[in-house]
Design a protein around this ligand. Structure first.
Ligand code: ADP
Length: 482
């Protein structure tokens, strides 16, 4: 059955390049919960990517010269349209991505919050003056928009991962070309419909679908592109960074994670279990900040595992549009296969599935929400991003031991811990080699704060006042002869 949208024109399957809707359906988009065909989007490649970059390049100067207040007002209208169309956008999102509808609504609000924030922030991209090294001169530093920004985004947050990059870019005066994930292009195209309705000028925001390597190659090599933004796997991020080196482009990467979630003996047990639930099982465990390794101190290990397993066993798996469902399907067959392989490896090496541990009876890519106890560092779950509804629980004894284990990874995105002792809170927060640390909280992302990683988890920050930095260049002016 077709989606029951209040505004069916939001279900767009063509691409937006230079203000025109182009292309016709070649690549199918399916609903992971049902297998239903949702639409077919264009399979564009290098030629169309070049056209989009050149449109963005032509649109750049006029957009950058608009008053910040005008850019902010247009972004504000986009924000208001996103909120006004929340229900339709959430339904499109759930249909192509699988997350439960209430979570999809939450993501639309989250995505919109970046547009709102940067609509306001456009007016606050300030410069500086610096006391001069010469009596006859003054030093002035301004922030100018960098130029054409490209973005390649993933399927796990089909709306949020776009607005987090595009809203600050457009606010700063940059123009943009986005290639969404092949699994979830329809949310991106619906956002583009609303961007156009909000009055974002032709060429300022372009969205194209298709051949990822060919489009990525253009994004990394076209001389007009100044920033290559990417959220996705570390492997593809490294490839893009290498490709972008040739033209010395700024590369803004948000890559994988392997988040530790540490529960100390002095933690509030119920709060820690609640934090683990939201951190681990949101989006079926398919976020780069999901708890990937749960380390629980020996004194409360058994109590924590028992309570977590009770909560996990009560999760409701199904089609995300059905009332009461809290866990949808995984995105693809490969995602399911990866989870099954990791669980088989762990149980083969002595881990215990306290609840779950199997392909769900609903079939397709549904997987049982799972708690694994007696997990050790030798198991593959300790090293690999699970990206599924599996909570591996490790036991630890001392603070030093758990901090060392938590940092023993090439990733450094989010980390979480639960404790009450104030000394411990500061020590552990400072020792964790991560870009973000949630303390007595399993959720931390907000449009107000800088989201990003260290080590192989990336090099950029999205959100908050710092989120503009990727999209502006400092210009130093020396004014002499005074
Ligand atoms: P995931 O495994 O979560 O899908 P990927 O890193 O493969 O993560 O995908 C994230 C985004 O990167 C998607 O939009 C995808 O199409 C794109 N992508 C994948 N491979 C390449 C590539 N070689 N060049 C550019 N983009 C790519």
């Amino acid at each position: 059955a077709p989606l029951e949208l209040q505004d069916p024109s939001l279900l767009e399957s063509r691409c937006l390049i230079d203000g025109e809707w182009l292309g016709s359906g070649e690549d199918a988009v399916h609903n992971p919960a049902t297998g239903a065909l949702l639409g077919n989007v264009p399979r564009f490649g290098a030629a169309e990517a070049t056209k989009a970059v050149e449109a963005a390049s032509r649109a750049f100067k006029p957009w950058a010269k608009r008053l910040a207040k005008e850019r902010g007002a247009i972004l504000r209208r986009w924000f208001e349209l996103i909120i006004a169309n929340r229900e339709d956008l959430a339904l499109i999102l759930t249909s192509e991505q699988g997350k439960p509808l209430p979570e999809a609504r939450g993501e639309i609000d989250y995505a919109a919050s970046y547009v709102e924030y940067y609509a306001e922030e456009a007016k606050r991209i300030y410069g500086e003056t610096i006391p001069s090294h010469r009596p006859d001169a003054r030093i002035m530093v301004t922030r100018q928009p960098t130029g054409v920004v490209t973005a390649i985004t993933p399927w796990n947050f089909p709306a949020g991962m776009i607005t987090r990059k595009i809203a600050p870019a457009l606010a700063a005066g940059c123009t943009a070309v986005v290639k969404p994930a092949p699994e979830t292009p329809l949310t991106a195209l619906a956002l583009a419909v609303l961007a156009q309705r909000a009055g974002i000028p032709d060429g300022v925001f372009n969205v194209l679908t298709g051949d990822a390597p060919a489009i990525g190659e253009v994004f990394c090599s076209h001389p007009a592109v100044r920033v290559v933004g990417f959220t996705g796997s570390t492997e593809v991020g490294k490839l893009l960074m290498r490709q972008a080196a040739v033209g010395v482009k700024k590369v803004a990467l948000e890559l994988g994670g392997n988040a530790p979630f540490i529960v100390f003996d002095d933690a509030d047990l119920e709060a820690a279990v609640e934090g683990a639930m939201v951190s681990k099982f949101r989006n079926m465990g398919q976020t780069c900040v999901c708890a990937n390794r749960l380390y629980v101190q020996a004194g409360i290990y058994d109590a924590f595992v028992t309570r977590l397993a009770e909560r996990v066993a009560a999760l409701v798996v199904g089609d995300g549009t059905a009332p009461g469902v809290t866990q949808g399907p995984l995105i693809t067959g490969e995602a399911l296969a990866k989870v099954e392989t990791l669980v088989a490896d762990a149980t083969g090496k002595g881990a215990r599935a306290v609840t779950g541990g199997r392909h769900h009876g609903l079939g397709r890519t549904f997987y049982e929400p799972t708690v694994l106890a007696d997990v050790t560092a030798e198991m593959a779950v300790a090293r690999h991003e699970i990206f599924g509804p599996v909570a591996p629980v490790f036991k630890f004894t001392t603070e030093d031991e758990v901090v060392a284990a938590a940092n023993d990874t090439q990733y450094g995105l989010a980390a979480y811990f639960y404790a009450r002792d104030i000394g411990r809170i500061f020590r552990v927060a400072e020792e964790l080699e991560y870009g973000m640390v949630g303390i007595n909280s399993g959720l931390l992302s907000s449009e107000l704060a800088p989201f990003g990683g260290v080590k192989e988890s990336g090099n950029s920050r999205e959100g908050g006042p710092h989120g503009i930095d990727e999209f502006v260049e400092l210009k130093y002016m020396l004014i002499g002869g005074l």
